[in-house]
Design a protein around this ligand. Structure first.
Ligand code: HEC
Length: 206
């Protein structure tokens, strides 16, 4: 009987050792605890200004991007939209609705009887600058069942520029005020204010 107990204890010990070994082996192979996880993940994306790995979180607020933007550049960005949208007053609806005067209008309203998706119609609200920014970043995230089969504009300044261009199409709404200095140094207003105070984003670029 004692012999058998020893054998059982022996096997238990043995299997424990094997389990330990396997555990560290698999951790090694699958890097389960990622001991060598690189500090900087992924790779730099062209056109994305990243200050010390803040990544997407470092994007300027829409107000600042609008203030630094250029509707003429936005007209160039609009080439990506032209296969589906006309910009002119009274322009025809195509795959997407005519976009004259869309800035400030109710989401998915009128547009000469364009058949909007239920999801976009259900969204409600107006196309203000921030809402357009969100929409153009990722239409599917904004309204899951949208008919706008467009991946979105990942570049925040491209979005601001094209929104500025859309605003020239009969809307001409006043631009929202840039956020107070200190909240996040806006690119345009940063030059003098930021020079005096601490401006991590600006400093990092040098
Ligand atoms: C592949 C075609 C396609 C492309 C490219 C496209 N759109 Fe659209 N867009 C649509 C469709 C379709 C809708 C209607 C969406 C719905 O009903 O869900 C729409 C809706 C919109 C609306 C809402 C209109 C309203 O009255 O509510 C805006 C604003 C808009 N698009 C802007 C743009 C901009 C700016 C671009 C380029 C950066 C663009 N779209 C690129 C097809 C497209």
């Amino acid at each position: 009987m004692e012999d058998q107990n020893n054998t059982i204890a022996g096997w238990a010990l043995f299997s424990g050792i094997v389990a330990l070994g396997l555990g560290s082996l698999s951790a090694h192979y699958f890097l389960a605890d990622k001991p060598e996880r690189p500090e900087k993940m992924g790779y730099a994306i062209e056109g994305v200004v990243s200050s010390e790995g803040e990544g997407a979180a470092a994007e300027e607020p829409i107000e600042a991007r609008l203030a630094a933007g250029d509707p003429a550049k936005g007209e160039a960005v609009f080439k990506k939209c032209q296969s589906c949208h006309t910009p002119g007053q009274g322009g025809a609806n195509g795959i997407g609705p005519n976009l004259y005067g869309v800035v400030g209008e109710a989401v998915a309203s009128g547009r000469g009887g364009f058949a909007f998706s239920d999801d976009l119609k259900a969204h409600g609200g107006n196309w203000d600058f921030a809402t357009l920014d969100q929409w153009l970043k990722n239409p599917k995230a904004f309204a899951a069942g949208t008919k706008m089969t467009f991946a979105g504009l990942s570049d925040g300044q491209d979005r601001a520029n094209v929104i500025l261009y859309l605003n020239t199409l009969g809307s001409n709404l006043p631009l929202p005020a840039a956020p107070a200095a200190g909240a996040a140094a806006p690119a345009a207003a940063a030059s003098d204010a930021a020079a005096a105070t601490e401006a991590p984003a600006e400093a990092a670029k040098e």
